[in-house]
Design a protein around this ligand. Sequence first.
Ligand code: NAG
Ligand code: NAG
Ligand code: NAG
Ligand code: NAG
Ligand code: NAG
Length: 226
Amino acid sequence: MASLDSTSWSVPGLLLALLLVFYSDLPHVRGLEVSTGKVSSIEAMNGSTVLLPCTYSSCIGIHKLYFSWHYNNNGSKEKLCDGIVPSEGAEAKVKVKHPRIEFVGATKGHNISVLLWNITFEDEGEYICFARNPKEKYRNHSASYTLYVVDQMREVDNTLTVIIVSVLGGVIGLVIIVMVIKALVVQFLLKDDEKNKECLVNASGNDNTENGLTGAKADNKGTPKA
Ligand SMILES: *[C@@H]1O[C@H](CO)[C@@H](O)[C@H](O)[C@H]1NC(C)=O
Ligand SMILES: *[C@@H]1O[C@H](CO)[C@@H](O)[C@H](O)[C@H]1NC(C)=O
Ligand SMILES: *[C@@H]1O[C@H](CO)[C@@H](O)[C@H](O)[C@H]1NC(C)=O
Ligand SMILES: *[C@@H]1O[C@H](CO)[C@@H](O)[C@H](O)[C@H]1NC(C)=O
Ligand SMILES: *[C@@H]1O[C@H](CO)[C@@H](O)[C@H](O)[C@H]1NC(C)=O
C-alpha cells in the first residue's frame, strides 16, 4: 500500500517538474547568433549591456555592401547605425546614431554586430539587422532580433524555479531508489527464507536417516590430516 501511494504521487510530480523545466528554459533556448533570414531573441537584465549579433554572407562576394541596424519602436523604425563595407576584407565605415550603440563587428567573419549599452525597459523590442549588396541586384536582406528586458527579480525567480525543480527531482529520485532498495531487500529476504527452509528440511532429513554415518565420516576425514 505504501509503495502504491508513492508512485501515484511521483507521476504528477514528475510531470510538474518537466513543465517547470520547459517553462524556465524556453526563453534561453534561442541561439545568440543571427544571420540574415533567421529570427532570434535574447532576455537580458536591465542595466546590462547586450550584444545584438548579426553576420552576413555572400557567395558572389561583396562590393559597397550597405548595412544598418534599426530599432522597431512600436511600428516606427529608429535607425541605430549604418555603414558600408567597401569590399571584401576592407574595414567597414560606420556611422553610429544612438548614444548607447557601439559597433563591434569585424570584416573578418562578416560580422556586423553591435553592442547596446546599459539597457533599460524602454529598449525592449525588435532590432533589425539589414544588409544590401549592390552586386546582388540590391536585394534586401534583413534579420530581426528581439530583446526582452527583465528585472533582477525575475532572475531570482528563475533560480528559485531551478531550486524547486532540483528538490522535486531529488525527492522523486530518492523515492525511486527507496522503492528499488525495498524491492531488492524483500526479494533477498524471501530468498533467504527459502534457503533457511531448505536447510531445515535437509538437516531434519540428515537427522532422521544418516545421523550415525555423517558423524563417522567426519571423524574419519579429520584424523589422517591431523
Ligand atoms: C532594474 O530595474 C529595477 C526596477 O525598475 C530597479 O530597481 C533596478 O535598480 C534596475 N537595475 C539596474 C541595474 O538598473
Ligand atoms: C504603442 O503601443 C501601445 C500598446 O502597446 C499603443 O497603445 C500605442 O498607441 C502605440 N504607439 C504608437 C505610436 O503606435
Ligand atoms: C553605462 O553605465 C555606466 C555606469 O552607469 C557608465 O559609466 C557608462 O558610461 C555607460 N555607458 C554608456 C555607453 O552609456
Ligand atoms: C561578432 O563580433 C562580436 C564582437 O567581437 C563577437 O562577440 C561575436 O561573437 C561575433 N559573432 C560572430 C558570429 O562571429
Ligand atoms: C529594398 O528596400 C528598399 C527600401 O529600404 C526598397 O526601396 C527597395 O525596393 C528594396 N529592394 C528590393 C529588391 O526589394
